[in-house]
Write a new protein. Structure first.
Length: 405
């Protein structure tokens, strides 16, 4: 039983406060602040009647067998359901599993899924490979499509509308409520990869049925785990998702769940700081002579900014930068190689700033994603903003050298 005093506060408290309370064990942990790390496969029962009673609870957080979760998993599931504003959460092995598991849960042979053209690359590979092999067709659509446009793409077999808003390379914010309404009118489920929007976008208040988090990113927050979470808001969806996760043998290490719970405690303050630092750097980049455009959903120049303004309560710290066209790909390489504070690497949401060239990594089939110059993606971490800007200035000096003045 959770500690009553903690629970009462959760009901009314603001986000940062709730994050310090959710999923804590209360009296069960003999007064210790944090949940214990429980590792295990076999669960022993006092007698067979108890075992039978537990087996009947496979949709609940019951201690049946390790793959169904331990108290460490359940604590994290409750925390993420709270962050996403849903009712039930399933922890899975990676952010990518948090995408593939619900797609397999809600689609079958002969059916059709609509996926935005700017989708996370491995999601596209899963659709073109595994789903196509199972006889499930994918249509890629322009992420900025209108409700009328989407209406024209719906087929009798369309069962899932997949959203990723904003996209994690070119940052288009989608008109989620309008697109979700079209999908629902045709009996399709609406799934969103909400990794960027975490907390600032409440998926279930905007028409989504399934919300996906790569907990690897901001929830983990320290670049030391790989973990995914799928959240839903009603019992019927929960049963389908839970059955699929069980059938696929989805499991994540309790050690990683425990680290993610540790990340949850500071998520509020990290998101707040990274929003401010990210906006500061993005606005500064807009004033730089090398920069054509900054693709940051909270800036008016970014695609879908009006939808961000309407539907989001804040912004995370991952955004794109488009350079003026005379800076070629080699000059971008020299810039990035010349920087010392920013790490060169995939993933994001950790405490450290990261940079990557993105033009070459974007794979599109619906012809979207052309912004007029070489692109880079920046993740702003927890370093001092003055040092972050100084490192970018160092990079710009290299860019000019390589561009030839
Ligand atoms: C990183 C990422 C994922 C996948 O997360 P992993 O834990 O690395 O598998 C999914 N969606 C988006 C938008 C991501 O950036």
């Amino acid at each position: 039983m959770p500690d009553d005093r903690l629970d009462e506060t959760s009901e009314t408290a603001r986000f940062a406060t709730r994050l310090t309370q959710v999923g804590r064990p209360g009296a069960r942990a003999h007064g210790f602040v944090n949940a214990a790390l429980v590792r295990g496969s076999t669960v022993l029962h006092p007698d067979l009647a108890h075992r039978a009673g537990m087996e009947s609870q496979r949709y609940a957080q019951a201690q049946i067998y390790g793959t169904h979760g331990t108290p460490t998993h359940f604590a994290l599931e409750n925390a993420i359901a709270e962050i996403e504003g849903g009712t039930r959460c399933q922890i899975v092995s990676s952010g990518l599993s948090a995408i593939t598991t619900p797609l397999l849960a809600f689609l079958k042979t002969g059916e059709h899924v609509l996926v935005p053209d700017n989708v996370y690359g491995p999601t596209r590979r899963f659709c073109d490979g595994m789903l196509a092999g199972l006889g499930i067709a994918t249509t890629y659509y322009d992420p900025m499509i209108t409700a009328e446009g989407l209406e024209g793409l719906m087929r009798p077999g369309t069962k899932v509308l997949f959203l990723e808003s904003p996209g994690s390379h070119t940052f288009e914010v989608q008109d989620v409520p309008a697109l979700a309404a079209v999908a629902h009118a045709h009996g399709a489920k609406v799934m969103i990869d909400n990794t960027w929007g975490i907390h600032f976008f409440q998926p279930f208040q905007h028409g989504c049925d399934v919300s996906i988090q790569a907990a690897t990113k901001y929830i983990g927050g320290h670049s030391d785990i790989i973990l995914g979470a799928v959240t839903v808001a009603n019992d019927a969806d929960w049963k389908r998702l839970r059955d699929a996760a069980t059938a696929l043998g989805q499991y994540a290490s309790p050690d990683d769940c425990w680290l993610a719970l540790r990340g949850v405690r500071s998520l509020g303050v990290r998101l707040k700081h990274q929003m401010e630092a990210g906006l500061d750097v993005a606005s500064w980049l807009q004033t730089r002579p090398e920069v054509l455009r900054v693709l940051h959903p909270a800036l008016p120049d970014s695609p879908g900014h009006a939808f961000w303004k309407r539907d989001f309560t804040g912004a995370t710290s991952l955004f794109g930068v488009v350079l003026k066209p005379h800076h070629g790909i080699d000059a971008v390489g020299a810039m990035i190689d010349g920087m010392t504070l920013f790490g060169i690497g995939a993933s994001w949401g950790g405490f450290e700033s990261l940079i990557l060239p993105t033009s070459g990594t974007i794979s599109r089939s619906a012809g979207t994603g052309q912004f007029g110059g070489e692109m880079m993606r920046l993740h702003i971490g927890l370093e001092d903003v003055a040092d972050i800007k100084a490192d970018l200035e160092r990079g710009f000096a290299k860019l000019h050298e390589a561009t030839g003045g």
